[in-house]
Ligand binder design. Sequence first.
Ligand SMILES: C[S@@+](CC[C@H](N)C(=O)[O-])C[C@H]1O[C@@H](n2cnc3c(N)ncnc32)[C@H](O)[C@@H]1O
Length: 518
Amino acid sequence: MDLQEFSQKFAQIKAQGWVPSQRRGPTGIGHTFEHLLGLTENNIALPDLGKIEIKAHRIGATSLITLFTFNRNAWRISPLLAVKKYGTPDSRGRLGLYFALAKIGFPGFLSRSRNYSMRENIQLSFLEQQDDWTFQGASTRELTHCYHDYPARMIPQVAGKLLDLFGQQARLLFDPYCGSGTSLVEANLRGIDAIGTDLNPLAQLIAKAKTATPALDQVEAYVRLFQQQILEEKLHYLRESQRIYGIPRLEFWFKPEVVEKLLAVRRFIETIAEEGTRLFFQVAFSETVRESSNTRNDEFKLYRYDEAELERFNPDVYGIMASKLSRNLEGYRKYRALLTRLPRLPRTSVYDFNTVEGIPADVLPPQSVDIVITSPPYGDSGTTVAYGQYSRLSAAWLGLPDPHKIDRKLMGGQVRKGIPLFPSPELNSAIELVKTADEKRAYEVASFYTDLYASIVNVATVIRPNGLACYVVGNRKVRGVTLPTHLVACQFCTCTLYLWRRVLSLEVSKWTSVILFG
Ligand SMILES: C[S@@+](CC[C@H](N)C(=O)[O-])C[C@H]1O[C@@H](n2cnc3c(N)ncnc32)[C@H](O)[C@@H]1O
């Protein structure tokens, strides 16, 4: 029976509704299900459907599902030898050959077992064929994920699912391109401490805000105070502070009345002493700056409204800020409620080091990270997602360092003349093709991958033995040539294989792949 036949039969069986179990006891439902499918019980070592083993589980049952145990009929070597040869270590380093999984709803498994290797391969072949990683229709703005938009944000559910599958034992997650902190939040929700780094100061600020845990009553009190001051028209600003470093033509990007109100909101925020609460207000302010500026809101790049549009544009700065605060407060309340179920509040730190150059050992010593979940940039910011342009106005208003110089610092931002030979034949040919059309673009592409390679090599050194890195990558086109980053990342990881036991690639949607190395 192939997978398609299985799907059809499964749908037919499901349509039957309740059916009586044909055997008593714990194996009853599995037996009944296989019988309805037309499979005869064989108890052989091979999976039921090609690479897939069918497992049935009672709804609500809390017991683990045994994937396989050592069976003398199937294994032709002694148990001790088998364990020595194929066993995988548990958290205390003991080898074992017993694999059990807990169910999280069809079709998918939440691993309870100890190590990756064989279990991981089985899960991946299962996921590859059946599982949906696009999370279409799912809300990506729940909890503190609602705080702030960010270009090329990771889908939180992808990070969450990777953690549920592979992060069961993890205590520390690292995201080397943490952006707005999606995977840091997902780690914290599972009680896992997190470290992130990003060269964009606005990204650092958002990531810090999303993982901060200020006292809820204090945040609520400040939100009330702000609303009250709007009503009572008490917000004001200092006239002498009308220059914003990093925005030379302030009046080009903001109407004069908008500038005055933004200054007043900023002044209010400056009075908040506690850092977590201030961050909470700063992210709302950042989005308010963007929304009340003369830039088109549906673009990440800076495009000014045309004259006719500007005439009609009359943003209510205080109203925008107040509604961001209420939305974010709602998200924070839910986030806090989930965190209180954990035995302790997880810790997160966000840094600004560049993994292309190295990783500070006092922050992350070698082999200290259990799991990396990250989405690196698709290419240099100059020609792909312009993180710097997106962040410039907010960053300047927030007084963040050098808002106009960000893009040059990011991966691929420093273009070197020359094209090295990469450990990826597909990348080498793609760059050759780009070069025939546009030599300069070929240098840009090569610079980006040079940086990506250096970063992967450095990240590899901080992952512990049996740890895992999950890179969520997408391919892009340059001069009509597709750059196969999903392959390239795999090949780069393979080059660092002296540190790894395996590299796996999982295409999770038309645009996205997850590269796992561990
Ligand atoms: C695809 S985004 C990450 C988005 C993030 N996963 C999220 O959900 O918001 C890539 C990030 O990499 C950052 N970046 C680019 N080059 C970097 C470098 N060399 N070191 C650290 N971060 C870098 C960019 O600033 C950007 O925030």
